[in-house]
Design a protein around this ligand. Structure first.
Ligand code: RFL
Ligand code: PHB
Length: 384
């Protein structure tokens, strides 16, 4: 078998890359180790930056997103007995975010690829990368796929990054001493916008998926299992962390999805080796507080698709050679923003009163100063 671009991973990065290449007349095959059903049900991100929405719409896969996605023009920061709105629409006229589940983006991309005759292999086993320096090929389940280029879009735990010889990549990492417990509940959202809440009991986030489904996150100890959190305990803790301002009551309902996510920042440099290009979580991850992971994956493959277009059209590898450099600027901005949001809102050490006062002072500043609020807003909706 032969294709121009062998893509490992049918997450947002791999699927969007395959679609963008198809629009440019470049062939690809996507190899995914999980089933289609599993990939389409995996509950993850929910916030799409302005530029991510533009990319999906321009690529012709945004019809349902425009119909069902929830445009948001601000977020709420809640701490002490105060709640403040960061008004994107006033600070950055014309820029907003859209709340639309990552698995819906994945479903839309899979449907578009299959409708166009795209080749996605689900449930493949033993994917391995070979001859990355010059004539790359992939093997899987007893088959061989020759390609000009390999795109490693297989997430943080994939096989692409470890296929690079030792000593080539430098990695940068930050671990956090807590995790997030995320749930989906069949209950209308209790507020129209996302609420990021800092409390002495830890961080909580109120988000949503639709007028009928709410999404919540709680800061929890890193070694927690979802089994430690029966529904009553989750609602009690969410109420304790979110019902902190007069007049706000949290509506509760049936919880139908629960998961624990570790919090980590990670970057690999460069994001390429020979004919292998890493994109999305395979190359970098962020703690979810800034809602940047999916958006970075989209930004990477936008750059990669253009570089591959130039490569196949003219034979010039200039853009491909500069792929990493072009992506890493945005990657590090997102790392910093995600670290900053995480530091601002989470409890690190319950005995650290000095640290707590610094957080509150910083929140007072962000909510009182237009300059500080604009910094948050422009990073949150996404830099150009
Ligand atoms: P993915 O989505 O992990 O997809 C990788 C795919 O590769 C497959 N794979 C393999 N296939 C073949 N062979 C192998 N050996 C393979 N190993 C792995 C996997 O099965 C999978 O299908 O990576 P991608 O495409 O780079 O996309 C990245 C995003 O998924 C991720 O950054 C976001 O979900 C992060 N994230 C958020 N990002 C946002 O932009 N906004 C948010 O609001 C947001 N919230 C979140 C998040 C991530 C979370 N979790 C659970 C990690 C909230 C949470 C709770
Ligand atoms: C979500 O809705 O899943 C979500 C929203 C904001 C974040 C992270 C996740 O920062």
């Amino acid at each position: 078998m032969r294709t121009q671009v062998g893509i490992i991973g049918a997450g947002p990065a791999g699927l969007l890359l395959s679609h963008l290449l198809h629009l440019r007349g470049i062939s690809s095959v996507v190899l995914e180790k999980r089933s289609r059903d599993h990939v389409e049900r995996r509950v993850r991100a929910g916030v799409l930056e302005h530029g991510t929405v533009d990319t999906l719409v321009q690529a012709g896969v945004g019809a349902r997103l425009l119909r069902e996605g929830l445009p948001h023009h601000g977020i709420e920061l809640r701490y002490g007995a105060e709640s403040h709105r960061i008004a994107f629409d006033q600070l950055l006229p014309g820029r907003s975010i859209t709340v639309y589940g990552q698995q819906e983006v994945v479903k839309d991309l899979i449907a578009a690829r299959l409708a166009a005759g795209g080749d996605i292999r689900f449930e493949v086993t033993d994917v391995a990368l070979h001859a990355l320096e010059d004539r790359p090929y992939l093997t899987f389940g007893g088959e061989r796929l020759d390609c000009d280029v390999i795109a490693g879009c297989d997430g943080f735990h994939g096989v692409s990054r470890p296929a690079v010889p030792d000593g080539v990549l430098t990695t940068y990492e930050r671990a956090y001493p807590f995790a997030w417990l995320g749930i989906l509940a069949r209950v209308p959202p209790s507020a129209e916008e996302l609420i990021y809440a800092r409390t002495d009991r830890g961080f909580a986030l109120h988000s949503m998926r639709s007028p009928e489904v709410s999404r919540f996150y709680l800061q929890v100890p890193p070694d927690t299992s979802a089994d430690d959190w029966p529904d009553e305990r989750i609602w009690a803790e969410l109420k304790a962390r979110l019902e902190t301002v007069p007049g706000f009551t949290l509506a509760t309902g049936e919880i139908f999805d629960k998961g624990v996510t570790p919090m980590r920042g990670f970057v690999t440099e460069p994001m390429q080796y020979g004919r292998l290009y890493l994109a999305g979580d395979a190359a970098h991850i962020v703690p979810p507080t800034g809602a940047k992971g999916l958006n970075l994956a989209v930004a990477d493959v936008r750059v990669l698709a253009e570089a591959l277009d130039a490569f196949f059209a003219t034979g010039s590898a200039d853009l491909l050679d500069g792929y990493s450099r072009a992506c890493l600027k945005r990657v590090w901005r997102a790392q910093h923003f995600s670290w900053w949001m995480t530091t601002l809102l989470h409890t690190f050490d319950t005995d650290d009163d000095y640290g707590r006062r610094l957080q509150v002072s910083h929140l007072d500043y962000v909510t009182a100063s237009e300059a500080a609020a604009t910094t948050l807003a422009e990073n949150y909706v996404g830099l150009p």
